[in-house]
Structures are given as structure tokens and as C-alpha cells.
Design a protein around this ligand. Sequence first.
Ligand code: GUN
Ligand code: ZN
Length: 425
Amino acid sequence: MADLLLGQVISFTGDPFVEGETAARHDSCGAVLIENGRITATGPAPALRAAHPQARITDYGRALISAGFIDAHAHYPQTAIIASWGKRLIDWLQAYTFPEEMRFSDPAYAADVAGRHLDLVLSQGTTSICSYCTIHPESVDAFFTAARARGLRAWGGKTCMDRNAPPGLLDSAQSAYDDSKRLLDTWHGQDRLSYVITPRFTPTSTPGQLAALGALWRERPTVLMQTHLSEQPDEIAWVRSLHPEARDYLDTYDSHGLLREGAVFGHAIHLTDREKARLTETGASLIHCPTSNSFIGSGLFDMDLARTLRVGLATDTGGGSSFSMLRTMAATYEIAQLRGHTLHPAHLWWLATQGSARALHAEDRIGNIAPGLEADLVVLDLASTPAIEQATRRAETLWQQLFPTIMMGDDRAIRAVWIGGRQHI
Ligand code: GUN
Ligand code: ZN
């Protein structure tokens, strides 16, 4: 049976970083038709109602119907250590992250946290996620099992590390290759799941491991590869001391077959001009993780890169301090302000939906409201708290109505979530 959702509808006909805010389309009395898990039509409510009299109607009134949010870089195993006090990246990894990731050798614990993480992000309107797992293959099984049970389009991969981590968290070049290949062949393309080749970052992978994963990527060229790049100055200095032969941090990936279209780099804050040019030339994706970058003190991402590169948005849980993509958009706005750039709400909304979809090469499936796309939707109450309600009373445009929810909204703003054409919340 067809579903017809009524409400305000936001969608994109282009890229606001290229075309400005006119790339966004707003229907204040709009409708979205869903059939067999996909969006089959969108437009003014009266016309769609007349054309589809048999459809089951859900009327959301003044609430906003949007593509669901896409969190393009998360670490589900760090769910329980979110908001851990007082450290910067390298000490934070040692003090909080590695001890917690050690627990994921226990499949029951991994299953518990994977389910908890996905339920937390769904309650925030996130309908797709790309997550790192731990070095344990069981952690990948747990993630994909939990995502499949909820019908999510999700990406994940075994985090590979064969140096500079505690002994209980180390694999080897060979076992990383073997386990990744087996997990990829088991999970990639099952339902809505995609495997991602996942070396954690250069400091924790030997050249042998980077090369082994580069070889796997050549054998399985259609999957994505994700890792971290140039997040903090201390990390970059560490990479330089480990790889004096490399031109720069990016070169340590490039020289091992880990840089091309389909490479997805988290953070990418402190880039040289050569790195920016090489990233652009190869068509790699960057993922901005703003709450993480302020929480663990990493720096200010250069959003000008969104003009030439695929840039997505992410929580980076648990380096990031929130599960919410609304809070992540707010932090994106604040970081751009600190760099002297004012982002329009259309930029922020696009980054959290289409931008992340493009960064993950899935823009033909998710991240927008258009015929043919999968029906992953979030419905937002734009007056969800007294503070937001009073700030929107004089709003005349969608953007004036929406911006207080971007800056101050949380899960109370999430009125409904649809996954693959089925109402989940
Ligand atoms: N760099 C390497 N591993 C990590 C991680 O788990 N979180 C963040 N924020 N940066 C990293
Ligand atoms: Zn990360």
C-alpha cells in the first residue's frame, strides 16, 4: 500500500556550495509518496492527494519532512565512552578508547553496544551511518546484524591496527587482510549493508598492513576505504617521525594504494596545499567531524574544501560529544564562524543529508527527497521546546523557522523516522 506523508518538505535540486541557497526546494504544503520502500513522487499536497486517492495519509501538519540524516563517520564501539573528560587525541585513545575497544572481543557486549548505538542515533533522526568497528571480526558481525535488524543502509568495517596499540588490540598485516576480505565477502551487498576497508590511521598500521589493505582494495575495487587524516598537530608530527620518506601524511596512504575515488578521510583539518590539491585530483571524500574537533581540541576544518571535494558530516562518536546530527550542524556553523565564514542553513542541511550521501557515493540511493530514492526520512517539529518555539514566532521563511532547531534542537525535535518506507519512530 502506498503511503502519502503531508507536511512541509525540504529537498535539494543542486549543491548549495555551488548554486547557493536556491539549490534547496521548500514546499510549505508538500507531500511525499512512498511505494515499496521508495519515494515515487513529491510535490504540492493537493496535487498528490488528488492523484493518489487510495494512499494511506499521514498528516504531519507544519512539521518538516526531510531526508534522514547520514552520519558519515562514527565509532559505534565508543558509545559508552562519549563525553570522557580531559584528553587530547593521542592520550584520549590510550586512556579511554583502547581499553573500551578491548571489550569487543566479547560478542555479547558488541551486540549490546551496537544495538544501543543504532537506537540512540535513530532517536536523533539519523537513518544511515558509516561506522568503524574494532579489530575483532565479531564487532563487525554485531554491527551489521544490528543494522540489518533495523533495516538500515549502513557501512562498517573492521578497524585494522598492527602497531602502537595495546597487545590485545593488535592484528597483523596478514590477519587484517584475511579478516577484512572474509567480512567483506560475507556482508558487502547484503540487504542495505556495505563493507568499508578500515585501517585506523597511519600511526597504528605498519607499511606492510597499509600495503595489504591497499592490495585488498585493488581486488575489491567497488567498496569504500575509510581512515583518519591530519586531525591534530601531534599526530601529524608522529606520522612524520614514523615516515620520514613520505612527502606528507596523505602520501603515507597514497603510496600504499589507499588514495583514489572511494577513499573517505575523517577530519582532514591540518592539510598542506599539496595534500589539498592531491585530494582534489584523486576525487577522495572528506568527513567533517565538528563536535569532535572542538571536544578533543583538534582544530577548525576548512569548509571551502566543499567547493572542490565531496564533504560529508559526522558525529565521530565518541571523540564527538553528541549523537545528534542537529548538534553536529550547529557545531559546523560555529566552526565556520570562527574561521570567518558564515554558512547558510541550506549548506548545513545539505551537508547532513546529500553531502554525506555523496561522500559515501550513495547519492543515487539516499540523502534527498526525489523519485527513485530510498524512503529514509526524518520528520521534525520546528517548535519542539519553549526556547525554540518563541524564537520562531516571527519567522517568515523556512530558514528562519529551521535555524533555531539546527542550533538548539535535540531528539525532542524528532517527530517521526521512516526507514526504507516503514515508519520506525
Ligand atoms: N584517530 C585514530 N583513531 C581515532 C578515533 O578513534 N577517534 C578519533 N577522533 N580520531 C582517531
Ligand atoms: Zn574517527
